[in-house]
Design a protein around this ligand. Sequence first.
Ligand SMILES: Nc1ncnc2c1ncn2[C@@H]1O[C@H](COP(=O)(O)OP(=O)(O)O)[C@@H](O)[C@H]1O
Ligand SMILES: Cc1ncc(COP(=O)(O)O)c(N)n1
Length: 260
Amino acid sequence: METALTIAGSDSSGGAGIQADLKTFSALKVYGMSVITAVTAQNTTGVRSIATIPTNIIQDQMEAVLEDIPVGAVKIGMLSSSHVIKTVVSTLVNVKATNIVLDPVMVSKSGHHLLEYEAVQTLKEDLIPIATIVTPNLPEAEAILGRKILCEEDMKEACQQLNELGPKYVLLKGGHLEGDPVDVLYDGTEFHHFYQERILTKNTHGTGCTLSSAIAAHLAKGNSVVDSVHLAKEYITGAIQHSISIGQGHGPTHHFHQLW
Ligand SMILES: Nc1ncnc2c1ncn2[C@@H]1O[C@H](COP(=O)(O)OP(=O)(O)O)[C@@H](O)[C@H]1O
Ligand SMILES: Cc1ncc(COP(=O)(O)O)c(N)n1
């Protein structure tokens, strides 16, 4: 059985974070496991409060899983602080984890900060270099690089600058630009562009979480990074197309893959 581990925050409304990741793993028939880094009280309209889990408990959760069960891929989402990032990095390096998909979560769709501002430097120096693939959206890439990204040409340059930080692949997501979204994948030499007609919906809560965990699930099944991104794009597109209109704000993506 293929396995994947998510290291991320809990979203009480089930649309993003750990809950989106586990639903994605299940829909793609991969056995899912989780390390919870923070508990958020949130719904489709916003985040009310956040409790970060103590780092010794985060480390214990990681070691409990990694010392016992072979992990095919690791997806990393919300990490809250510099201390949490350092704990996660040292534990992953100790066990020589591979297939690391890093979604550098910073701000929720509803505008709430999920990562301390000062932690961006630690993310850049310690975590991005060990990632197999890092999947920032445009505001996250702008925060990491300290520059504006306004068009597809800027996206290609940003991919090159992010690649210099050390990850094997960069997938820069273009959902936040106007018009049809384009995502750009860069492996240090070649670019792949993923064009997709914009689906007209406000239900985009958890799209980044869903995409990164779908990439992890496909890596766990033994696919190459490029194939995993292709397959994950198919999955997220279906999940947005069939997204669920619940709640007053941004509704969640749909994970009952076999029902689409
Ligand atoms: N309205 C949409 N229609 C089709 N694809 C979308 C839409 N919004 C986002 N996507 C895709 O969903 C993924 C995550 O999107 P994005 O909004 O850029 O990141 P995040 O959720 O991290 O903010 C990307 O592959 C993006 O192209
Ligand atoms: C626990 C947690 N992790 C990640 C996100 C980002 O998802 P989104 O950008 O769709 O708000 C979130 N809202 N909550």
